[in-house]
Design a protein around this ligand. Structure first.
Ligand code: BJW
Length: 260
C-alpha cells in the first residue's frame, strides 16, 4: 500500500501500519541523505540539487581521488562542513527521537555523516559512513590533534606527517566493523524496519532492507521519490520525512499530545 502526501493535506496512514508500529517491540531505522534535505543539506543523487550533480563521486569520494588531488577533495569537504555547521535538525530527526521513547527498543543507523541525529537528541546512533566533523590521517588513521590544525591545505598529521582527511567512508573502503555488525544484527531481528530518505544505491548498507524482509520484519519506506520503492514493499509512505514522520507518530500515539 502506498500513502501519498500532497503538500498541505493531512497525512492518513493505513491502520495496519499504525497497529504494527504501536505494537512493535523492536524497531530498526535506517536513514540516508534525504532525512537531512529539509535541513538544507543536499542529497547525493537528486538530479538538480544533489552533491554529485556537478561532480562525479570517483573524483571526490575515493582514496584515489584524494591521492590525485588532496586539496580539491579537502576543500569540497570544508565547504560541506560549513553547510553542516549551519544546519539544524528538522522535524524528521526530532520525530525519531520521539519514536525511540515510544517503543521498547529502537536502533538507529545512518549513512549520514552530518551528526544531525545526535544534535536532535538521538542516542547511540550507529554511523555507518563516519562523521564529517572528525579528521584522521590518510596513512595511519591517527586522529586529529584537538589542539590545532597545521597551516597547509590539507593539514598534516602531527604524528606521522601524512595528510589529514575527513573521517568518512569512501568508495572501496571498509565500513566500521562494530557499527556494521550491529546494524546487521538489528535488521535481521527487528519486527519493523523503517528506511528513510535513502536511494538504496550504495552497498553494503542497501542490503539491510533485504535482510529485514527475509527476517520477517514489516518494511516501511519513507521517500518522496516513488522510483525507490520496490514491488516487495508492502508499506510505502511517499513524501518528505519532515512531514511524514511527525504525522505518523501523531497518528500512532494520539495520546502523546496531552502527555508531559
Ligand atoms: C528525501 C527527501 C526528503 C530527498 N525526505 N527523503 C555490491 C555491488 C555493487 C557495488 C558494490 C557492492 N558492494 C560494494 C560495492 C562498491 C560500493 C558501492 O556500493 N557502489 C555502488 C555505487 C554500486 N560500496 C563501497 O565501496 C563501500 N565499501 C565496501 O563495500 O567495502 C568493501 C571492502 C571490503 C574489504 C576491503 C575494503 C572494502 C563503501 C561505500 C561508501 C559510501 N560513501 C558515501 C560518501 C560518504 C562520505 C561523504 O559524505 O562524502 O556515502 S557515497 C554516498 O552515498 C554517501 C551516502 O551515505 C551514500 C548513500 O546515499 P543516500 O544517503 O542514499 O543518498 P542519495 O542521494 O543516494 O538518496 C537520497 C534519497 O533521499 C533519494 O532517494 C531522495 O528521493 C530522498 N529524499 N528529499 C525523505 N525530504
Amino acid at each position: 500500500m502506498t500513502v501519498e502526501s500532497p503538500k498541505e493535506a493531512p497525512v492518513k496512514f493505513p491502520s495496519p501500519l499504525v497497529r504494527e508500529l504501536r505494537g512493535a517491540r523492536h524497531v530498526a531505522v535506517l536513514t540516508g541523505a534525504g532525512i537531512s534535505a529539509e535541513s538544507g543539506i543536499p542529497t547525493f543523487r537528486d538530479a538538480m540539487t544533489g552533491l554529485w550533480a556537478k561532480f562525479r563521486p570517483e573524483d571526490l569520494a575515493t582514496p584515489e581521488a584524494f591521492r590525485r588531488d588532496p586539496r580539491r577533495v579537502w576543500e569540497w569537504y570544508e565547504w560541506r562542513r560549513e553547510l553542516v555547521a549551519r544546519a539544524r535538525p528538522n522535524p524528521g530527526h526530532l520525530a525519531l527521537v520521539e519514536l525511540a521513547r515510544r517503543v521498547p527498543r529502537m536502533d538507529l543507523f545512518t549513512q549520514n555523516v552530518d551528526g544531525l541525529h545526535q544534535r536532535a537528541g538521538s542516542r547511540d546512533v550507529l554511523e555507518l559512513h563516519g562523521n564529517i566533523t572528525r579528521d584522521r590521517c590518510f596513512d595511519n588513521d591517527h586522529p586529529a590533534d584537538p589542539g590545532s590544525r597545521s597551516e597547509e591545505t590539507p593539514p598534516r598529521c602531527r604524528r606521522c606527517g601524512s595528510f589529514m582527511r575527513p573521517d568518512v567512508v569512501w568508495f572501496g573502503e571498509r565500513l566500521p566493523e562494530r557499527e556494521l555488525e550491529a546494524a546487521w544484527e538489528s535488521a535481521a531481528r527487528c519486527d519493523l524496519f523503517l528506511s528513510v530518505g535513502t536511494s538504496g544505491a550504495v552497498q553494503p548498507v542497501a542490503s539491510l532492507v533485504d535482510l529485514a524482509r527475509h527476517g520477517g520484519a514489516t518494511v516501511v519506506i519513507v521517500n518522496p521519490d516513488a522510483s525507490v520503492f520496490s514491488a516487495r514493499d508492502r508499506i510505502v509512505l511517499q513524501g518528505p520525512s519532515g512531514r511524514i514522520l511527525p504525522a505518523l507518530l501523531a497518528e500512532t500515539w494520539p495520546e502523546r499530545r496531552s502527555s508531559p
